[in-house]
Design a protein around this ligand. Structure first.
Ligand SMILES: [Zn+2]
Ligand SMILES: [Zn+2]
Length: 151
């Protein structure tokens, strides 16, 4: 029987505690009340896990490189209904589909297969449709490559 294991991409260690995952998602917000402009429920139509880390410090080691590949000018965008694009600053209307890179923290419980509970979820970057259309990630996309190995 194969056991599901995750290897940290930065230190190469086996992930023992919560798994930190960088996900690329296509999502859209449904405002709770159109008049109030407050975010309501989030609909995630696609989610792809790109990179795994064993700890926040390993992620932080990697973070500048990820931000450079994605050409981000700002990170950890505030979550409102209208958010500036993390690359170009154009306002993103989050009630239509857009690309979001999110950092999730998943607690793995049990084995064969473990069940993941999401304990933390943070928007790392929100991109406007011009910077990255909300479609499948191109096979050639740099964020996919293991060029992400540290110098
Ligand atoms: Zn690590
Ligand atoms: Zn943009």
């Amino acid at each position: 029987m194969s056991k599901l294991t995750f290897i940290c991409e930065v230190c190469g260690g086996l992930v023992q505690g919560p798994l930190i995952s960088l996900d690329r998602r296509i999502e859209e917000l449904t405002p709770s009340d159109p008049a109030s402009q407050t975010p309501g429920s989030l609909f995630i139509s696609s989610s792809e896990s790109l990179h795994h880390y064993c700890s926040h410090s390993c992620w932080q080691t990697h973070e500048p490189e990820v931000a450079a590949i994605l050409k981000l000018s700002t990170v950890y965008t505030a979550s409102g209904l209208v958010t500036p694009c993390s690359r170009c600053g154009t306002l993103v209307q989050r009630d239509s589909p857009y690309v979001c890179y999110a950092l999730t923290e998943i607690l793995l419980e049990g084995e064969d297969p473990p069940i993941g509970h999401c304990v933390d979820d943070q928007d790392f970057a929100v991109l406007c449709n011009d910077c990255e259309p909300p479609g499948p990630l191109a096979e050639s996309s740099e964020i996919r490559l293991d060029e992400l190995t540290l110098a």
